[in-house]
Each structure stands twice: as C-alpha cells, then as structure tokens.
Ligand binder design. Structure first.
Ligand code: ZZB
Length: 258
C-alpha cells in the first residue's frame, strides 16, 4: 500500500501528553503522522483519531523533527529514508493514545487548519501509522465516530469543542452529493460506530463513488475529477514538505529487511 504520510504539527499538547513528551524531544518539532489513501480529501479534515489503548512513540526523524506514530511504522520509515539513519529507531518518548486526546494539531490543506485529537476504538495498530486523519464528509467511519463522540462527549471524556467542526464538502458525486459519507450512513441506516459490518460496506461504496464519479468542489483542483486531482494533491503536499510517501511493506518484505 502506498500511503501519504500527513505531517500534523503539534500546536498544543494535552496536559497528559505534555507531561510525557515535551521535555524529552530535545527541542524538536513534533508531528503526528497520519497515513491516508485519500490525499485529495485533506481539505475536509475536521479532527484526527488515535486508538485510546494503543501505544505510540515519538521518534527522532532528524535533529529538528520527531514523528509520533506506532513503533512498527517508525521502523518501516527507517527503511524508506523517511527517518535516518537507515534501520535505526531512536525513540524519544512513549505515550498511550488516551493521553493524546485533546492535543491541538495543524491539518495541512484543511479548510479548518487546526484540529483536535480524538479517540477511535477501531484504529488498528497493524496498519498505517496508527494515526488516522478524519474526513467525515467522505469517510463513513470518521463520520459515524464523530457523531458518536458528539452524542456522548461526557462518556468519552472529551470537551465538546474538540468535536465541533462539521463535515466540509470536498467532492461531489451524482448519487450522493457533496457529503457522501453522511448520505451513505443514512441510506444504510447505520446508527453507531459499532455497526462495523455496514460501515465496511459504506466505506466500499464511498471509495468507489468518490474515485470514479467524484468532482472536486474545493481547492486548487476544483472542477477536476477526483481521479485527476488525487495524484496532483499528493505531489503538491509532498513538494511543500507537508507530507511524505509511506509504503506499507508486505509480510515478505518485512521479514527480509529484519
Ligand atoms: C483519510 C480518508 C478520507 C480516508 C476518506 C478514507 C476516506 P483501507 O482502504 O482499509 O486500507 N486508516 C489508516 N490507517 C488506519 C488504521 N491504522 N486503522 C484504521 N483506519 C486506518 O483504508 C485506508 C484508510 O483507512 C485511510 O485513508 C485512513 O482513512 C484509514 F474520505 O484517510 B483515510 C471511504 C474511505 N474514505
């Protein structure tokens, strides 16, 4: 899988993350790294998700920068020239996902340029970086999780203002309009992020509709097809230093490089 690793710079740590991290990074700028397959949707980021029970590390990328992600992802990055030197993981600090909730970060390209970190139970430690940027306009999982968090803010121990940004139209499809995830969630009568089977189906539909029938309604490539815009947005993010290419190795490659 060829992901785009979005560099989401920390603006203000949550108190627990500040305690665990700030003194240990040697003055480096810290970025949460979110792995996405949909760079063209980055205009519509409204928050970022971490798994509350997952373990994250802050890894030195070089003298000036550090990346927050899973150990597994950092190790992969050392073999892709993203983190140097090759094969060497330098962990500066460690933190549990729950401690990151409420951290304010920059969301490159987004219409709302600063967003908050929120919890998502279904984030997998075994995929991407373990950090997921949230685009509720086009990702049914993100939309439903955001709605659940808003409904039960107290239960999830979040400040309602962290979940306050509404879905932002990014692309339009003939069948679902410019907010496809909410439309598909409604059509499939999905009521909670625990409806994982229907959400998997919703994701499939949203991917296909967006990719084959979508037209951008925002940004530099407004009016162009999603198929055309996707590689251009990706290249532009990478050229500006706001993101990097991150490949997920297959099992074979992983064991070979071990
Ligand atoms: C932004 C985005 C916008 C995404 C969208 C999807 C959609 P796939 O196809 O199953 O590989 N993701 C990345 N890492 C994880 C993880 N560790 N655990 C759970 N989810 C993760 O899924 C790739 C997508 O899953 C990634 O692209 C990321 O969310 C999420 F409008 O980034 B995406 C219809 C989907 N729309």
């Amino acid at each position: 899988q060829e992901y785009t690793g979005m560099k989401m710079e920390v603006v203000e740590w949550s108190p627990a993350a500040k305690e665990a991290i700030e003194a240990k990074v040697g003055g480096r700028k810290v970025y949460l790294v979110a792995a996405t397959l949909r760079p063209e949707t980055m205009y519509g980021q409204t928050n970022c998700f971490v798994g509350p029970t997952l373990k994250y590390g802050v890894f030195a990328a070089n003298e000036k920068e550090a990346y927050l992600c899973t150990y597994r992802a950092a190790r992969n990055m050392t073999f892709q020239g993203i983190i140097t030197p090759r094969g060497e993981v330098n962990k500066l600090a460690e933190v549990e996902g729950a401690s990151l909730i409420g951290t304010k970060i920059k969301a490159p390209l987004a219409v709302n340029p600063e967003v908050y970190v929120l919890p998502m139970e279904s984030v997998l430690a075994t995929k991407g970086t373990g950090v997921v940027t949230s685009v509720p306009s086009d990702s049914p999982d993100d939309y439903q999780t955001l709605m659940d968090l808003r409904k039960k803010a107290e239960y999830y121990k979040i400040d309602p203002k962290w979940a306050a940004i509404d879905p932002v139209p990014v692309l339009s499809t003939p069948t679902y309009g410019d907010l496809s995830a909410p439309a598909i969630v409604k059509q499939l009568k999905i009521l909670s992020a625990k409806d994982t089977k229907q959400l998997a189906e919703a994701k499939e539909i949203a991917y296909k509709e967006g990719f084959y029938n979508g037209t951008m309604v925002v940004g530099e490539y407004k009016g162009q097809s999603v198929q055309d815009a996707k590689p251009k947005v990706r290249e532009s993010l990478i050229n500006q230093g706001l993101a990097f290419a991150y490949a997920e190795p297959e099992g074979l490659v992983l064991s070979r490089s071990a």
